[in-house]
Write a protein that binds this ligand. Sequence first.
Ligand SMILES: [Zn+2]
Length: 234
Amino acid sequence: MSHHISRSISQSASLSGDAAARTSAAVKLPRKLCAACLRAQSACICGWIAPHVAQVEVLILQHPLEVQQAKGSARLLHLSLAGSQLAVGECFDPAQLDAMLAGPRRNILLYPDTPADQAPGMLRAAALDPAWLRHPQGLRLIVLDGTWRKSRKMLYLNPALQGLPRLPLRQTPASHYLIRKAHLPDQLSTLEATVYALEQLEQAPQRYAALIDAFDGFVAQQAAFAPPRSGDQL
Ligand SMILES: [Zn+2]
């Protein structure tokens, strides 16, 4: 963002006064933001909120680089799931993270369970006790919202996450996320991956189908908002 602004200012010296004036106005005037989704009101996504009450509690740990990512789905997920939490950070304060992971719910990390991801020095993930799955109301699903690389880094930087049993997704439908390149290894958005994980844990296929439908609307909106290429007329 600041990247963009500084570039347009340095270019403005060779542009007409009109363009320079527009640039400084854009820098000075704060855009009105929607208080719920934190986006400009012209790009508010709250119309796609599909309220659901999950049996499994959801804690979303969002990488800071995702906060301003227009195509990110974590906030829509958070706004749609009653009782979900969203915390932004890369390396969390251990005491703060411990508090977020506190019982009595048992924590499961939404993350592929592949030995190749065990970097030296990382704790080994505990095995997922099948008995836990009989009581979805006793579970908390931890979701890392970031690119694949950033998710790995978050895992590496937060030892409290490393030992958690992991939930690999199985048999997920094809992603509806056509607006962004591979986000998770299975190319699902954070919202889709979480929804399918909840359906898996709650053994309730289609319970969140309305949320996926709403997500389709969000994807279409983001596609329509994609910045035009130079020379394009809107
Ligand atoms: Zn909004």
